[in-house]
Design a protein around this ligand. Structure first.
Ligand SMILES: Cc1cc2nc3c(=O)[nH]c(=O)nc-3n(C[C@H](O)[C@H](O)[C@H](O)COP(=O)(O)OP(=O)(O)OC[C@H]3O[C@@H](n4cnc5c(N)ncnc54)[C@H](O)[C@@H]3O)c2cc1C
Length: 566
């Protein structure tokens, strides 16, 4: 037995065969798929803000903030030390730093000012990039962005609140709106007895008599999920005798008092832990009617429509970070005398994942452009395509992240890795703002009631006609697919039990069409052969022979796989 000096034995061992640090990269410039899609749909001007945020979001400092804000989740402070109600949430400083950064990049407002082509694309791409570093903070940012079109419907609210949203900075303290440097806005619809079915709401609104404006009400009731409860105001739903109305609830009333909006407890959530989600109660809570009594759902639906875009962008960010981490790992880790990426089967897994990321990026940026469009056709396209995107990206995300985790082996399963956090976050964008079934049924309803949405969809798919035989065969209206004719998708009535299948097929065909027109041939052909023609298994890593795997891998990450073998 060799004898060791005890000190030598205690010295730290040399670490080999582990990847270098991931941090310190520009998350945007290293992502050719996002960059191409964002510039194509939004315009060259996006390159500057996205490059800047890509640099910040990929920095060691910001990734560390994301880590800390998740490790030290928010805490509820219901009372002050003297027993007075305060109903505040305390956050780790890293959370505030992230919020400052997000609002400095105008993620909440770039879509609205100035009215510029591509501004919703800029919003969605910025939100996706930021999500790569930290997802939870994008909840208040997204809701603030989405509240703008609803607030615009009430000129008095718009005059006071919009400048704070559009030109404001992050200002965490609860203060009268006039004293704030900037404002954030949340949304509270879901109640204990019903979330998808908001007409089951029990909260009541009573008009305030006296010197108040005729739009002033008091609310009595509760909400079961109210995320970002430190927002400065909330859009919410409550019944009057005329039906459900949409109301704006400020945290501080116009006369400077804390509104009687009580935070009962914070949810102990699977993921999304930086972001507080509260159960709240309204005890004669001051509120302002937005729109008309009885028209609450059509009023607040504008906000829901816009947050749905962010469920796509948020999922895109989650997918990207998971894929980038996996690509980084397999590019450096060796097993059986080769780098992992030099093993044929690992190449198949990573390329297969990359196809879904490419398709997600192309779809999200195209849908974001439709939000910018002012033609009826673009609005119709946005209406349908955002639901298709929310549905399908949401359905892919958890399994996608899991496969990226598995590419790391055991190193992906430990909490020091970002993969567990991404995995816990992955289902959320599918559940909130309309869970899977509800979205699929919404798609059926849209097709039935607004035939123009199908025409707009069809025009987008037709633009790729002749570009790929599998796409042509799968696309509706061009023969080939007996299961997906106009009758089946709603014009003839629509079978609810088929709604998920229809949503999935419509989403895949749309993604295929976008890739055929815009992606490199390796990506478009690989996607259509597998997702549309069915030459594919039921898990990632089952691309058939003939797919140009190296061509796909070359797009994943600028600089990661420049020396592929095999
Ligand atoms: C982290 C988090 C944060 C949230 N933040 C907010 C917030 O800030 N504000 C807010 O208002 N809400 C918020 N929510 C609530 C969320 O929007 C709801 O949970 C969601 O809309 C579903 O409502 P529900 O929970 O009542 O489920 P239910 O409506 O009971 O639905 C349960 C299941 O049934 C399905 N289903 C419903 N109807 C049908 C049907 N007709 N046919 C077939 N299937 C159906 C749904 O798809 C779902 O899978 C949040 C949720 C989470 C998880």
């Amino acid at each position: 037995m060799p004898r060791h000096d005890p000190l030598t034995r205690l010295a730290t061992h040399e670490v080999t065969n582990q990847p270098p640090d991931f941090a310190g990269r520009n998350l945007y410039l290293t992502d050719p798929a996002l960059r191409a899609a964002a510039l194509r749909e939004g315009g060259e001007w996006l390159d500057a803000p996205l490059t800047a945020l890509g640099e910040d979001a990929g920095s060691e400092r910001v990734l560390e903030w994301g880590e800390q804000a998740n490790r030290f989740p928010p805490e509820l402070a219901t009372f002050d030390r003297y027993g007075r109600r305060i109903d505040e949430v305390r956050f780790h400083p890293a959370y505030h730093a992230l919020m400052h950064l997000a609002m400095r990049y105008r993620i909440q407002s770039i879509a609205w000012q100035p009215a510029r082509a591509g501004s919703h694309v800029a919003h969605a791409a910025l939100l996706a990039l930021f999500t790569e570093a930290e997802a939870g903070t994008m909840c208040p940012i997204s809701m603030t962005y989405a509240a703008v079109p609803v607030l615009r419907q009430h000129p008095d609210l718009a005059r006071v609140w919009l400048p704070k949203i559009l030109d404001g900075d992050y200002d965490a303290a609860l203060k009268p709106i006039a004293d704030k440097a900037g404002a954030t806005v949340g949304m509270a619809m879901t109640e204990k007895q019903g979330g998808s079915d908001v007409r089951a709401n029990a909260t009541r609104a009573y008009r305030l008599e006296g010197e108040h404006s005729r739009d002033a009400y008091r609310l009595v009731g509760h909400k079961w999920f109210c995320s970002a409860p430190m927002s400065d105001g909330f859009l919410t739903l409550a019944y009057t005798d005329a039906g459900l109305g949409c109301f704006f609830v400020p945290r501080i009333t116009p006369d400077g008092r804390r509104n009687t909006l009580y935070l009962m407890r914070l949810k102990d959530k699977l993921g999304n832990r930086t972001n507080a989600s509260a159960e709240i109660e309204y005890h004669d809570t001051y509120a302002v009617l937005v729109g008309e009594e009885g028209r609450g759902v059509p009023t607040i639906i504008e906000m829901v429509h816009h947050t749905r875009l962010d469920t796509m962008a948020g999922t895109l960010g989650i997918m990207r970070m998971a894929l980038a981490q996996a690509a980084h790992h397999v590019a450096h880790r060796r097993a059986f005398q080769k780098r992992l990426i030099d093993h044929a089967l690992m190449r198949n897994v990573i390329a297969d994942l990359a196809l879904d990321y490419e398709a997600a990026a192309a779809l999200t940026m195209r849908v974001a452009r439709a939000f910018d469009g002012d033609s009826e056709a673009e609005r119709a396209f946005a209406r349908l395509a955002v639901a298709l995107g929310k549905y399908w990206l949401g359905k892919r995300a958890a399994n996608f992240v899991y496969e990226c985790m598995e590419c790391h082996g055991g190193a992906g399963y430990v909490e020091e890795s970002p993969l567990p956090r991404l995995y816990r976050e992955a289902p959320l964008n599918s559940i909130w703002e309309g869970s899977g079934n509800v979205i699929a049924l919404d798609i059926l309803r849209t097709l039935r009631k607004e035939p123009m949405t199908l025409d707009a969809y069809q025009a987008e798919v037709d633009a790729a006609s002749g570009g790929n035989a599998h796409l042509d065969a799968a696309a509706i209206g061009r023969g080939g697919n007996a299961h997906l004719d106009a009758a089946a998708i709603g014009r003839g009535g629509g079978d609810e039990s088929r709604a998920r299948w229809i949503a999935e097929r419509l989403a895949l065909v749309l993604q295929g069409a976008l890739l055929v027109r815009h992606a490199p041939p390796a990506v478009a052909q690989g996607f259509c052969a597998t997702r549309l023609a069915g030459e594919w298994g039921r898990s990632y890593g089952t691309l058939p022979q003939g797919v140009d795997i190296n061509g796909i891998l070359g797009r994943i990450s600028a600089g990661t796989f420049e020396d592929l073998h095999g």
